[in-house]
Design a protein around this ligand. Sequence first.
Ligand SMILES: Nc1nc2c(ncn2[C@@H]2O[C@@H]3COP(=O)(O)O[C@H]4[C@@H](O)[C@H](n5cnc6c(=O)[nH]c(N)nc65)O[C@@H]4COP(=O)(O)O[C@H]3[C@H]2O)c(=O)[nH]1
Length: 772
Amino acid sequence: MPKTGSNRFDYRAEAGQTQVNRLIATVERLEAEFQHRENAEREWATERGLLRAMIDQVPDYLFAKDLECRFLVVNKAVADIHGRARLQDMIGKTDFELHTPELAAQFYEIEQTVIQSGRPMIDMEEMVLDSTGAKRWLSTSKVPLRNDHNEIIGLVGISRDVTARRQADLVREEQALVLEMIAMNAPLGEVLDRLVRLMEAQLDGVFGSILLLDEDGVHLRHGAAPSLPADYSKAIDGVAIGPDVGSCGTAVYRRQAVVVADIASDPLWKNYSELAALHGLRSCWSTPILSHHGDVLGTFAMYSREVREPKSAETHLTELTTRIAAIAIERKRAEDQIIFLAHHDTLTGLPNRSLLKDRLTQAMLQTQRHNPWVSVVFVDLDNFKTVNDSLGHTAGDALLKIVANRMVDCVKATDTVMRLGGDEFVILLVDQPESPDAISATLNRIRAAIAEPVPFEGQVFHVTCSMGVATFPNDGSDAETLLMNADAAMYKAKEAGRDGFQFYTAEMNTKVHERLALQEAMRHGIAHCEFYLLYQPQVDLQTGRIFAVEALVRWKHPTQGVISPVHFIPLAEETGLIVPLGDWVLNEACRQNKAWQDAGLSPVNVSVNVSGRQFHEKNWICRVTRALRESGMEARYLELELTESLLMRNVDQAIATMKELQALGVHFAIDDFGTGYSSLSALKNLPVARLKIDQSFIRNLARDENDRGIAAAVISLGQRLNMRVIAEGVETDEQFAFLHDNHCDEIQGYHFSRPIKSKAIEDLLRSQTAMP
Ligand SMILES: Nc1nc2c(ncn2[C@@H]2O[C@@H]3COP(=O)(O)O[C@H]4[C@@H](O)[C@H](n5cnc6c(=O)[nH]c(N)nc65)O[C@@H]4COP(=O)(O)O[C@H]3[C@H]2O)c(=O)[nH]1
């Protein structure tokens, strides 16, 4: 560049160069700065974008509000829950534009507290309605929003949707309440009602209904439907289940859940869609309620006014609630069953003793108002014990059931037949006209019905009954007296020959007292040796010789004189006094027989009657061996007479006991043969040496063709079973001749000798010993 002549120029040029350089530097700096700022802005935009994406993708609700609680920032979740498509639509809004005034005011108050106090609120539970109107539970934290100068300029909030947890908690709490109700025996209707309401509270726009399956297993009955239209519930009450009976009838029929989303078009509802439409019901899903055994107890149905299906959470909740309904129903049924069992006899299903006084008292109260009579009829079966003992308990039970049904069939629906236990029944006849004839007509019907033959497992047996009647108000003014008097009348009917009835009369009470007195006197008599034995000879028909004597007990009462065993043995058996008395008889009979032998008389057997009560004593065998040991009499001279019914009660047990005694040498005879129901096979296995034909067949031999046939058959049967056959109660020459002609082995009866004292037997045996 030229230096001379151009100093100014140079200067200027130099100056210009510096300026340019500076400019360039400035431009470059600006450029760099600009670049830097651009970079920073780009980074900032990226960061903002990331931040936005982040807060929008968080499922929780995030927002910031200014001091007036207007939205400054919201994330997408907030816009969604409020049904806004764009985030901007939320900015500047307050809760008063989004929620009900009450809810908005509540939010406003809380937020102002946060802003003014500067203290955050953490994890508050609050309920909001979403854009669809559904309830949502939020767990919300709100903290103050501050600027760089630490001044509060608003608040920041974050909310989490805890609706599912909250619902589960509520359901659990409600379920616990319902279970508590079940445990506290609340009425079933109330429990089911609560369950339905629980479901309704959880599922929006849904009405619950519980139907119960009737005992007949076919019809559905109303259980609970607090929100369904009452007319609709009424219309479906009693509907029969089937393959196309709406949702519920079909669910029970199929034993599986049935979901009908649109009642109007579903074929399962073809017969009921009109009814549903009438009440605005559009969808129905029904779940069968199953017992823990898998039996259907009813249905749990949810109706809605819209076409819809249950969501999986709803199905889950329905299943859970249905299980609780099952527990409630089963519990109620068990309770009903317990109450029924407590008041009813399990065998016959009739009311039992526990209801008797109550029913009787009620009947008497009614009577006082309307004035007809109430009769209490005590019924006792006459020969039930024989059937039960000889044919076993199954036959006995079957008989009781048949007899119970027959009695029920004979009386009016308003009368009550009750079983007291065993073969004792009480019938309560109410609304009786004041006429003994009308009562007699009813009782005769009952008597005839019971006496009808009873077929059982190929056999036919007969029972009769004895009945005693006491009528209110004449025969007693309270339940207790009436029952006692009816009982006394029944005893009278027994005494009068059974198979009949007696009306109570005042004298009967003395009979009852007499019985009690007799029992007491017998106890005293045993302790004071008032009993003694008579002996009745048993004679061999071929040789005419006495081969045995039967020991028969007598009671010498200090004031009443000698009492026959017919009068005291049944009572002794009933009260258990037969055990000590029977022991005494056995010991005395053995002692006496040994004494005769020791006196040099030809040895005979001694036959002793044994009652069921004695035979079933645990140490019966020991008692017999002790009697033998103490008397010194050989076992082969002892014969024990057991009745046919006693033996048949438990044949195997009887055989075992008998065999043990037989091994010692003791013999056995079956007494009163022909009055029970021995089976031939049982008879064959019994270790019995002798059959005693019951005297009732001998008594009428001369007159009764049947009795002659029976006696002849028993003789032949016994002999074929290798037993000796003895006829008892032989009184007349004709009887004797018949038995002789029919080859009976032995006889016992007044024809030869009455029961006589030991001294008289001694004389008879002595004369026999002297005979060749
Ligand atoms: N009409 C009539 N009767 C006759 C004739 N021959 C005997 N008798 C009676 O018939 C009964 C026979 O005794 P059973 O059938 O064992 O019937 C006995 C027996 O079942 C029971 N019994 C008697 N003593 C005892 C005993 O020591 N223990 C037990 N468990 N029962 C006894 O009392 C029942 C009645 O005994 P009894 O009054 O002594 O009556 C006796 C006897 O006196 C006759 O030709 N005509």
